[in-house]
Structures are given as structure tokens and as C-alpha cells.
Design a protein around this ligand. Structure first.
Ligand code: 6PG
Length: 626
């Protein structure tokens, strides 16, 4: 869609000259509203009879219809448009911007007196000025200047609007703002004003970085919104939860239909779905945008998972793709995933996989340190060695670095408290999995393990109370541990992808799982070499990944090692809960016969819930005590 610039002002102010020049500058056609007057109006004007509003309505309506057509590619129209009511009719036609040529009555009278062969009677000028209602939202330029100067002024004023707005200058908001600006996108940045705490945050931030020299900082929301080009595109980077709703509530009165709002935080996908519906009713496009990569990723190229309005993505997708990380083919790690809350659902499962991946590394570290009694540097070297080829991942890479970080003579890892926090996304994925009936063993176990880590005081007391034969030695070889880790990772990823497959069916999102793994190959916290392998498998298979032959071969290659790892760590008194979850999941999943016949019988025994049989179809109930 293009914009129709309406060059307006009283007769004789220079609308045609300026309009034609502006059209040339913009590369769009020029139209003169006078050419659309019916003959009766032209005759009246030529005879010096002022036009009445009744004369103007059909003419304005005709122009409005034409504006609808001209809006396709953009145009410039010269039209006096003196009254607000006239402008409203023109505006109804399409995306219109007024350029108001402002001049004094004396200057214009002099100019008109010098004109020949024009049907306008200079004596009508007074009535034109009497009629003129100055526009409120126009690009205002001084008609006295030379035409070239006026056009340059219009162009520069037009370009002062920012392409993108961003609200919330926390760590992630700041990094994203700098990333957008580095890609040449003019930004308007807003941060709330909290007396004594958050004052002039946005303008101070803008002054701090060279890449933000074309951007502007605001703590006045209305001024921020008015600084944005239409349709407005606003990225919200405030804490997930009620703060997002508060920002949306305060923004909406200043927005127009067709504007786009994006929530780039870790919002719950159901909240995103509700916000999507609410804003859809108001004609505002809403996208829930998962952003992964932490502070550095946001600055240098995150993985971006947008879901929500399709029309909205058409307006903002190019901006998001410009700041995203690149995959191995240099394509952006950003793609619209589906409707409603799909983007935040995918980000939530990303985080779930992240929780379990982190815990698997923590368990390997524990076994290498406690059972094999290796020091930090040796473990770090193993991690660095493994972090090549198929096992390469960002989380393994940073874990290798973590183990060498020292404060003076002390390894930092040794003084960090063994109590992990969480912000909620792992737990949400567990709840979501229960709701859609998909098993999320490794991920939910990682969530529970973080919870148990929080029982530090009780754990310490319990250690003294319980006598356990912790041998703290193991027969495990490094090679077995490595292979067990490799298989547990595969199982964890397949479990996460299976949750996405089920959610896509449940919510009709039509998620492209292969595309999801592609945008997870770079930028995000769970980026890894294995993501590429998964992507290739997912392009040909829509079934459960566990039933893919490639996955079967990969799991089978290390399954005995995984089982040995599990058995040996348990025997030596170590808890390796996410390895256990992975082992038990794969052992249960690959067994045609399970023990659930006993569960069915128990349910029927105490609750008459009925059971199904192997030898007959239907539901059966037995009087068990007869
Ligand atoms: C990312 C991360 C990020 C998340 C942190 C902390 O993809 O960049 O997932 O979004 O906020 O990892 O999460 P927890 O506090 O729940 O561990």
C-alpha cells in the first residue's frame, strides 16, 4: 500500500507546483483536484461565485474514491481541503498525509495578482482564508520558500518519523534496540518515568551509543507514539505478566487500526492468545514474539519465534529478520510460526528443552567430579573436546568456559551455591504438556530437580540423618559417559519436538517443525549441531521422531551406554534425574507390552472404571470380589 500526499492550502499558495515536484521526488503520479470539479463548479468559480459545501460534497466523494485506487501505489494530489470535514472525506479514501502550504494572505494576494489565465478570481482569497481550518496532523511548510526548498523540507519532515518503536529498556530491550539501530532502522524508544528511580532512561540511553544517533528517546507515551511512521510498529520488552497488559491498555487509545504490537518477552502463550483476540477486535495486529539468545544474542543476532497476526508479520517481518541470527545458509533465524500464541508456545518448549539440556550437563559434571574425581580443568577439557562435531552445542561450550573461570586462586564454580532459580517457562511447558496429553519426562524432571535444588537447608540436614552407601567410585569410562550424554540429549530433543507436534494438532497451528529446528540452529540458547540433523529428519517425517529410522539408529548406538550410566550412577549413590527420565522414557516407549493392564484392573476393582481387553473389543467390568 502507498501513501497519497495531499498538498493543501488556499488557492494561489502553490499547490500544483509543489505537488508536481513532490510527486517527481517520490516517483509517484500527480493529480490536481481542480480537474475533478464538475463543470458547474468550474463555471461558478470562474464567475467569482463562491462554492457552497453542497457544491463540494460530490467532488470530494469522487476524489475520495480515486484516493482508494491511488493508495495502491501512492500518489500526490493538489487539493485546497480547507475544512476538517472536507479532509475527513478525503481521509476515508485511504492512507492519506496532508502537506499544508502555509502562507500569509498578503504574500498570496501579491502572487495571485501576478497570475494570468487562471479561472480563480483573486477577490475570493478573503473567503478562502475565512474558510481555512488549519489541519492538526499535517506536515506544515512555509509556502514563501522556493519550491525545491519546500519539497526538501517535506521529505526531511516525513523522514523524521521512526520506523519502529520499542518500549522497555531493560537488559534485553536495550540490546534489541541497539541491534535494530545497527541495521539502519530508525527507532523511537520509550521507558516509563518513575520519579527518583527511572528518569529520562530512554533519552540518556540514546545519547550513550553512536548507533542510536538517529533514534529518539521518550518518557511521554503519546509523544513516543506520534513519533512513529504509520502503520505504527511497536516492540514491547517489559516483564511478562500484568505489566504487558498495563502497557497495552495505555497504548491502545493512541493507536489506529492497522498498527502492529509485538510482545518480545517470555509471556505465557495463553495470555498471548487472549491479547491477540482482544487486539484483533480493535483492528490492531498482535504478535507474541519469542526471543532467545540472552543479552548478547539480542544485541548480535537472536533466534526469533514470532506467532500471531499474519498481516502484522507482513509489516514487521522484514525488521525482525534483519536483526535475527543467520543459519548456515545465511537465512534469518526468524519465521512466522503460526496464529495466536504459537510463537510463545514454541519459545516455552525451547526453554523446556533448555532446562533439561542444562541439567544433563550438570549431571555429567557431577559424575565426572564426584565419581571420577576429576578436577575442574580436566572436566572443562573434556567438555571442550566433546564440543566438536555431533555433540557441539552452545550450552556445552559455555559450561566448558564456566569450569575454568577463576576469582584469584579459586574456581568460581566451587563457590557458587547449588540452588537454581527459575522464572517459570519450564514449569509452564510441563503444565501445557499435561493439558494436551503429551509426556514431557526429561523437561518436567529438570523442573522438579531445580525445585529440589532449592531445598538446600533440608538437603544438608538429611545428608547427616541418612546413611547411604555412596561409593563415589564408578566403573564408567569417559567414552560411556559421553555416549550416554549424546543419547540422553537426543531423547530430550525428541520429547520436546513431540510436544510441539501434539500442540500443533491440538491448537491447529500447523507448525513446521523442521523450520523450527532451522531457526534454532543459531542465535538461541539451545543452538547446536544436532538441530541441523533434526531439521533434515523432520523435512521427511511427520510422525513421532522416535519412530524415525535415523533417530532409532542414533539412539541404539548409545542405548547400552545410557543404561550402564544409569545403573552405575545409581549404584554409586548418585542422583542423575534427567538421565533417569531419558532412560526410563526410552525403555518404556520401546516396549510393546507394559504394566498398564494392572492399572486398568486396579481402576476397575475400586472404581468400576471398566477396562479394555486383548482378546475382545469393548469395555468390561468385573465384580472382583465375587
Ligand atoms: C533464552 C532464555 C531466556 C530465559 C533464561 C532464564 O532463550 O534466551 O531461555 O529466555 O529467560 O534462560 O530462564 P529461567 O530463569 O527460567 O532459567
Amino acid at each position: 500500500m502507498g501513501v497519497v500526499y495531499i498538498v493543501m492550502g488556499v488557492s494561489g499558495v502553490g499547490k500544483t507546483t509543489i505537488g508536481k515536484l513532490l510527486a517527481t521526488e517520490l516517483g509517484v503520479p500527480f493529480f490536481d483536484a481542480d480537474d475533478y470539479h464538475p463543470e458547474s463548479n468550474k463555471n461558478k468559480m470562474a464567475s467569482g461565485i463562491p462554492l457552497q459545501d453542497a457544491d463540494r460534497w460530490p467532488w470530494l466523494k469522487l476524489l475520495s474514491q480515486n484516493i482508494t485506487e491511488w493508495s495502491n501505489d501512492g500518489a500526490v494530489l493538489a487539493c485546497s481541503a480547507l475544512k476538517e470535514s472536507y479532509r475527513e472525506i478525503l481521509e476515508a479514501g485511504g492512507d492519506v498525509k496532508f502537506v499544508f502550504l502555509e502562507g500569509s494572505q498578503e504574500d498570496i494576494a501579491n502572487r495571485l495578482a501576478a497570475r494570468k489565465d487562471h479561472f480563480f478570481d483573486p477577490t475570493l482569497l478573503q473567503s478562502q482564508f475565512d474558510t481555512l481550518e488549519k489541519p492538526k496532523n499535517a506536515i506544515v511548510v512555509n509556502a514563501k520558500n522556493k519550491p525545491e526548498v519546500i519539497v526538501r523540507e517535506v521529505m526531511s519532515k516525513e523522514n523524521t518519523k521512526s520506523e519502529l518503536g520499542l518500549i522497555g529498556l531493560g537488559v534485553m530491550g536495550k540490546s534489541l534496540a541497539r541491534n535494530f539501530a545497527t541495521k539502519g532502522i530508525k527507532m523511537s524508544l520509550y521507558n516509563r518515568h518513575v520519579a527518583g528511580k527511572e528518569e529520562k532512561v530512554a533519552s540518556k540511553f540514546v545519547d550513550q551509543y553512536k548507533e542510536l544517533e538517529d533514534s529518539n528517546g521518550y518518557d511521554d507515551l503519546e509523544a513516543f507514539v506520534n513519533s512513529l511512521a504509520i502503520p505504527r510498529k511497536i516492540f514491547i520488552m517489559v516483564n511478562a505478566g500484568p505489566a504487558i497488559d498495563a502497557v497495552i491498555r495505555s497504548l491502545v487509545p493512541h493507536l489506529s487500526e492497522g498498527d502492529v504490537l509485538m510482545d518480545g518477552g517470555n509471556s505465557h502463550y495463553k495470555n498471548t492468545q487472549d491479547r491477540f483476540e482482544l487486539l484483533k477486535d480493535k483492528g490492531i495486529h498482535f504478535l507474541g514474539v519469542g526471543v532467545s539468545g540472552g543479552e548478547k544474542g539480542a544485541l548480535e543476532g537472536p533466534s526469533i519465534m514470532p506467532g500471531g497476526s499474519k498481516e502484522g508479520y507482513e509489516l514487521v517481518g522484514a525488521y525482525l529478520e534483519r536483526i535475527a541470527a543467520r543459519d548456515k545458509n545465511k537465512d534469518a533465524c526468524c519465521t512466522r510460526l503460526g496464529d495466536g500464541g504459537s510463537g510463545h508456545f514454541v519459545k516455552m518448549i525451547h526453554n523446556g528443552i533448555e532446562y533439561a539440556e542444562m541439567q544433563l550437563i550438570a549431571e555429567v559434571y557431577d559424575v565426572l567430579k564426584t565419581n571420577l574425581q576429576l578436577d575442574n580443568s580436566t572436566i572443562s577439557n573434556y567438555f571442550k573436546d566433546w564440543n566438536q562435531g555431533a555433540l557441539e552445542s552452545y550450552l556445552l561450550e559455555i559450561s566448558g568456559h564456566i569450569l575454568t573461570k577463576k576469582e584469584g586462586d579459586v574456581f568460581l564454580i566451587d563457590v557458587i551455591l547449588d540452588k537454581a532459580k527459575q522464572k517459570g517457562t519450564g514449569g509452564w511447558s510441563t503444565t501445557a504438556a499435561l493439558e494436551i496429553g503429551t509426556s514431557l519426562d526429561t523437561i518436567s524432571q529438570a523442573v522438579m530437580t531445580r525445585i529440589v535444588s532449592g531445598y538446600k537447608e533440608e538437603r544438608t540436614r538429611a545428608e547427616e540423618m541418612y546413611t547411604l552407601s555412596r561409593k563415589h567410585t564408578t566403573l564408567l569410562s569417559i567414552e560411556t559417559i559421553k555416549k550416554a550424554y549424546k543419547v540422553a540429549r537426543i531423547i530430550n530433543h525428541c520429547i520436546g519436538m513431540e510436544a510441539l507436534r501434539k500442540a500443533s494438532q491440538e491448537y491447529n497451528w500447523d507448525l513446521n517443525l523442521s523450520e523450527i529446528t532451522r531457526i534454532w540452529t543459531n542465535g538461541c540458547i539451545i543452538r547446536s549441531r544436532f538441530m541441523e540433523t533434526l531439521g533434515a529428519i523432520l523435512t521427511t517425517s511427520s510422525d513421532s521422531l522416535f519412530l524415525s529410522n535415523d533417530i532409532r539408529i542414533a539412539i541404539q548406538a548409545g542405548l547400552d551406554d545410557l543404561i550402564s550410566f544409569q545403573a552405575e550412577t545409581l549404584k554409586s549413590g548418585m542422583a542423575t534425574p534427567v538421565f533417569s527420565a531419558a532412560t526410563n522414557y526410552i525403555l518404556a516407549f520401546t516396549r510393546g507390552e507394559s504394566s498398564a493392564n494392572m492399572i486398568q484392573a486396579q481402576r476397575d476393582y475400586f472404581g468400576a472404571h471398566t477396562y479394555e481387553r486383548k482378546d475382545k473389543t469393548g469395555s468390561f467390568h468385573t465384580n472382583w470380589e465375587d
